[in-house]
Design a protein around this ligand. Structure first.
Ligand code: ACO
Length: 219
C-alpha cells in the first residue's frame, strides 16, 4: 500500500471511492442519506470543501493504483458549528438534518475552542476504507499520517467525530481521549421510536481529541 497526499487530480476518484464505501458509515447506514454507488450531493459538497483544505491523505493499492482508503481532513474554525446549525435550517432534507444535527449539536456542547483556547482545530472528518481492504490496519495508518500532517501544520488539537466503534478503537489506540460520548439508542422521535437504529457494535458516537505537543503550534 502506498500512502500520500491527495492532489486535486484525484478528487473525482476520491468521490467515486466514497460513493461506493462511505454509505457503510453507521449513522449514514441508519438514516440512509447516501446509497451505495449513487451520487450524494449534500455530503459530496462537504467532501470537496474538505479536500480543498489540502490536508487529506489516501492509501493506494501499489499494484493497481486504485484508492484503497482515504482520510479527509479539514480545518474547523471558531464559530463554524454555530454557522452550520443556522445553515441546516435552510436544507430541507430530514436525513441530512439528523446526521449533521447530531454532530453539530454535540460539538457545540463540547465547546473545544473555548476549553482548549484555540482558533483552529484539525478535523479528521471522513475516514473510509474500501470494503475489499478492511481489517488490515489501513484506517490506523491513515489516522497516524493525518496526525503527522496536523503536527507539520502546527495544529494544537486534532479532533475526530468517531461515529463508528472501529474509528473509536483506532483513535483510542493512538492516544486520543473522549470529550463527548452519546448513545445512539437514547435519541427518540415524538412517537418514542429510535431515530438512529445503528447496527451493533456501533452503539455510541464519540467526539475524540488529541493535543499535539509540537514546537511550532499556531493553534
Ligand atoms: N469487526 C471487528 N473489528 C473491526 C472490524 C470488523 N469488521 N473492522 C475493523 N475493526 C477494528 C480492528 O480490529 C481495529 O481495532 P484494534 O486496533 O483494536 O485491533 C480497528 O477496528 C481499526 O482497524 P483497521 O483495519 O485499521 O480499520 P479498517 O482499515 O478496516 O477501516 C473503517 C475502518 C474506516 C471504519 C472502515 O470499516 C470503513 O470504511 N467503514 C465505513 C465508513 C466508516 O464507518 N467510517 C468511519 C466513520 S467515523 C469518521 O469518518 C471520522
Amino acid at each position: 500500500m502506498e500512502y500520500g497526499p491527495i492532489p486535486s487530480s484525484k478528487f473525482e476518484e476520491v468521490i467515486q471511492h466514497l460513493r461506493h464505501n462511505f454509505p457503510d458509515e453507521p449513522l449514514n447506514a441508519s438514516v440512509g442519506l447516501c446509497v451505495h454507488g449513487k451520487p450524494c450531493e449534500l455530503l459530496e459538497h462537504h467532501d470537496l470543501l474538505t479536500l480543498q483544505d489540502g490536508l487529506s491523505v489516501m492509501a493506494q493499492d501499489k499494484a493497481t493504483g486504485e484508492i484503497a482508503g482515504v482520510a479527509l481532513n479539514g480545518i474547523a474554525r471558531r464559530g463554524d458549528v454555530e454557522k452550520a446549525l443556522e445553515e441546516m435550517k435552510t436544507i430541507d432534507n430530514i436525513k441530512y438534518q439528523r446526521i449533521f444535527g447530531l454532530l453539530n449539536s454535540v460539538n457545540k456542547t463540547a465547546n473545544l475552542f473555548g476549553k482548549y483556547n484555540v482558533d483552529k482545530i484539525f478535523e479528521l472528518r471522513i475516514l473510509s476504507v474500501d470494503s475489499r481492504f478492511r481489517g488490515k490496519g489501513i484506517a490506523r495508518e491513515l489516522f497516524l499520517r493525518s496526525e503527522l500532517i496536523a503536527e507539520e501544520h502546527g495544529f494544537k488539537l486534532v479532533k475526530v467525530d468517531a461515529t463508528s466503534l472501529f474509528t473509536q478503537k483506532v483513535a483510542e489506540c493512538l492516544g486520543f481521549t473522549v470529550e463527548k460520548s452519546v448513545k445512539y439508542g437514547d435519541y427518540k422521535d415524538e412517537n418514542g421510536q429510535k431515530i438512529y437504529d445503528t447496527k451493533s457494535p456501533h452503539d455510541y458516537y464519540k467526539v475524540m481529541i488529541k493535543l499535539i505537543s509540537a514546537k511550532q503550534n499556531v493553534g
